[in-house]
Write a protein of this length. Structure first.
Lengths: 606, 175
């Protein structure tokens, strides 16, 4: 631990308690924990402070706290309830570390009987490059960012010529972390070469993929890194103004970025003649009203202009973007990588990754695993390592069947292909995409046909309706899937899905339609047997699709309260109070009301 | 008969005047710029909790933008509501992780819990886009539309969701 890090961890008082305040930890109750720590300090009258931090990405441990007393190791406690705070802190101050989950740093050679965080597989296997500060610094303090070497990258970049900045990014091999993996330097170079009185750079923080929240976590935990990257991008292409595009539905992310912009302006990293370089540039945080298609750059630009919907490319934004001017659109994580590359150098970055894709990537692993969270690993890490070693594998008694990679634009990879490496080209050739890096793990209790239907529900609702293939094609695919999950599937339906899927991909105007059939095509490719079960035998093997299961009452669990009969809309349930009730399957419309409302869990699917 | 008709008209007129005044203030703040339509709609909605038809018609006249274009923007983005909402809005996250962990059942449970009481008009249950709290799946966000306060409930079962709905229904009654 260097001295700057020591100061951040231990602060200036006898005791510093770090509490994460980011959207996900707040949802898990960290605000109450924060108050409980404050109360403890005030009541005991000790020389201590609470330190607001962002999130480490180990979501399954939320809310966690880190306690650092002078002369004592920094100890992490997890799944902390506000009522536990007093006991934890009192013990810690007595040098009793029972109940601690891990020690954050190695302190001399004393054995405290608590493992180091570095010994835990979910931490040891990560390369915390771009997420290095997440969960350590106060996201609302520019001073702490500067203490960790922040804005040094910008200083270095401003001493270079614009061409040299672009050349540096080219050497790093950095590719866009938002989905397609387009080389960042090339976007910059094209924009740099345009002659125009005005140019723009935009940070794309829309992040609409369900199951992906690494950008939110990064921007909420270390917002200055993103802002610094955007300023460097602005300098490289000769932009006059930058925008940070965030959803209004992610208010904390927008607030933290806005605060970072204000602080950066006060310190002279933004505004006129930045750091005496002669370069003038400012940033505005734009709160979008939320639409999945806004992840697509032309739709994002349209939103800033007050319109809706994407448009045909070319011309690409690099030549004609916002207000018709040359515009670079980079993802949040990409820009944070830029700042980190300039701070630590290209060689540090290119140590990791594959031949074609350098560096690291943050992945969100959610769904049917033990340790859901955000993990930063080198590009090229295998799916198996990420899902089993980092995320801890399946929950008790279950078997993992597939991962869904890349959200509604991506696809499913079956478990027999988990040796595949996570990189842009490999995933694409197997029918998925890297996307923003969301992995949803599906175990044997999930139905792949139902998952495919779920994604078409999503893309159908999100289709802007401008072009026919996406508007009508996705509608027909969705209706076909609806038929199949309802047990009304026809022999030709699988062919319709394949045929239409390929057509929609080939003929849609923007990236949304161009990838919307992927979840269907990839499940058809790897799980055709599940589709066939639905179509030919009218069975859902995972017992998920409501119309293909029968509802029965378990006589041993039923206490005869009659709640099920009350909720049944077709009077299919009868019985005498106090004795087990029965469902008449000929009348049952399989709405599931009884199962949802039974207080004893006695209604079961068969 | 006549009096009550006048009464209704008067209330409607008052509402219209109020909406017009609000739109005027918002347009003055942002300027008559087509490019600021989305922030203007956001501000109107934060006041009125939804975008009434009159507000859309009035802003279209003020900005000289066709009504169809205003409605196209208002109906395209998720944040905008074109219908009034109840005192409490229950947003059930329908992100992938929540969906796989039973968001549909939670949604149905909330629907039936609010349907089966006499307070249905004051509670709105809707499906929402991913909140990014996937590790807490399935997740429900309850928004108090009067104060804007938001509470998140995670790792829910249908019966727990039902209990939460009932808890809020008594709050609504008590006010």
């Amino acid at each position: 631990m260097n001295s700057a890090m020591y100061d951040i961890v231990y602060g200036r008082r006898d005791l510093r308690v770090h509490v994460p305040l980011s959207s996900c930890t707040l949802a898990a109750g960290s605000r109450e924990v924060y108050k409980a720590v404050e109360d403890f300090i005030n009541r005991k009258g000790i020389n201590a402070e609470v330190h607001r931090v962002g999130c480490t990405g180990l979501c399954y441990l939320d809310p966690w706290i880190m306690v650092a007393g002078r002369g004592l190791p920094a100890a992490i406690y997890v799944n902390v309830r506000h009522v536990d705070v007093e006991k934890i802190l009192a013990r810690y101050l007595n040098r009793d570390f029972t109940g601690a989950y891990a020690l954050r740093f190695k302190e001399g050679n004393v054995d405290y009987g608590v493992p180091l965080l570095d010994e835990k597989p979910e931490w040891r296997n990560q390369v915390r490059w771009v997420s290095r500060n997440c969960g350590l610094v106060d996201p609302e303090s520019i001073d702490e960012y500067i203490m960790t070497g922040g804005y040094e990258g910008l200083r270095k970049a401003l001493r270079m010529k614009r061409e040299e900045v672009i050349e540096t990014v080219k050497k790093s091999g950095l590719r866009g972390r938002g989905g397609a993996g387009f080389p960042t330097w090339l976007k910059w170079k094209i924009t740099y070469e345009q002659r125009s009185d005005e140019k723009y750079v935009i940070c794309n923080g829309d992040e609409g993929d369900p199951g992906a929240f690494m950008n939110r976590l990064l921007a909420e935990s270390d917002p200055h890194r993103v802002i610094e990257g955007l300023i460097i991008a602005g300098y490289a292409v000769g932009a006059t103004k930058g925008y940070v595009f965030v959803r209004a539905e992610k208010p904390l992310m927008a607030d933290r970025l806005e605060k970072a912009v204000i602080e950066a302006r006060e310190r002279g990293f933004l505004g006129e003649n930045i750091l005496g370089s002669g370069f003038s540039f400012d940033i505005e945080v734009y709160r979008s009203a939320g639409a999945f298609v806004c992840g697509e750059e032309t739709a994002l630009i349209a939103a800033i202009e007050g319109r809706a919907r994407p448009r045909q490319r070319p011309p690409y934004p690099a030549t004609s973007g916002l207000w018709g001017k040359p515009t670079v659109v980079n993802n949040v994580e990409t820009l944070a990588h830029v700042a980190t590359i300039f701070q630590f150098g290209v060689d540090e970055f290119t140590k990791y990754g594959t031949e074609k894709s350098k560096g690291t990537k943050m992945f969100c692993v959610t769904g049917a695993v033990k340790r859901t969270g955000v993990y930063e690993v080198p590009i090229g890490t295998t799916i198996k390592k990420l899902v089993y070693e980092l995320a801890g594998g399946p929950v008790e008694g279950k078997k993992i069947k597939a991962v869904q990679v890349g959200g509604p634009s991506g696809g499913c990879i079956p478990s027999n292909l988990f040796d595949l490496e996570l990189d842009y080209e490999t995933l694409q050739s197997y029918g998925a995409i890297m996307g923003s890096g969301g992995l949803v793990v599906i175990d044997d209790s999930g139905c792949m046909v139902n998952v495919a239907k779920y994604f078409t529900d999503f893309t159908l609702a999100e289709s802007c309706g401008k072009c026919l293939p996406c508007r009508v094609g996705m509608k027909i695919m969705n209706e076909t899937l609806e038929r199949i999950v309802n047990g009304e599937g026809r022999e030709e339906d699988l062919e319709i899905l394949r045929d239409l899927g390929v057509t929609v991909i080939k003929t849609s105007l923007c990236g949304l339609g161009g990838s919307a059939p992927n979840p269907v095509l990839s499940t058809l490719r790897y799980f055709e047997n599940e589709y066939r079960e639905h179509v030919e035998n009218k069975k859902c093997p995972a017992k998920v699709c409501p119309k293909l299961v029968t509802y029965v009452i378990n006589e041993e669990k039923c206490r005869g309260c009659g709640v099920c009969a009350k909720y049944c809309p077709v009077n299919a349930i009868t019985g005498v109070p106090g004795k087990p009730f029965t469902i008449d399957s000929s009348k049952c419309i399989k709405c599931g009301s009884c199962l949802v409302n039974c207080p004893f869990g006695a209604v079961e699917k068969a | 008969m006549l009096m009550s008709q006048i009464g209704i008209t008067r209330v409607e007129q008052e509402v219209q005047v109020g909406v017009a005044r609000l739109v005027d203030a918002v347009v003055n703040k942002y300027g008559r710029s087509r490019g600021k339509l989305i922030p203007m709609l956001q501000e109107i909605q934060s006041e009125l909790k939804y975008l009434p038809r009159q507000a859309l018609e009035y802003i279209s006249r003020k900005l000289g933008v066709s009504l169809s274009e205003v409605i196209s923007v208002a109906s395209f983005y998720h944040q905008f509501r074109l219908e009034p909402v109840g005192d409490y809005v229950f947003q059930v996250c329908f992100g992938t992780a929540c969906y796989l962990r039973g968001a549909s059942e939670v949604y149905e449970s909330l629907k039936s819990a609010t349907r089966n009481t006499r307070i249905a008009v004051e509670m709105t249950v809707e499906k929402a886009r991913c909140f990014g709290c996937c590790s807490l799946a399935p997740v429900v966000m309850v928004i108090n539309t009067k104060t804007g306060d938001k509470s998140i409930y995670g790792r829910l079962t249908p019966s727990e969701a039902r209990k939460i709905a009932l808890k809020y229904s008594t709050l609504t009654h008590g006010k």
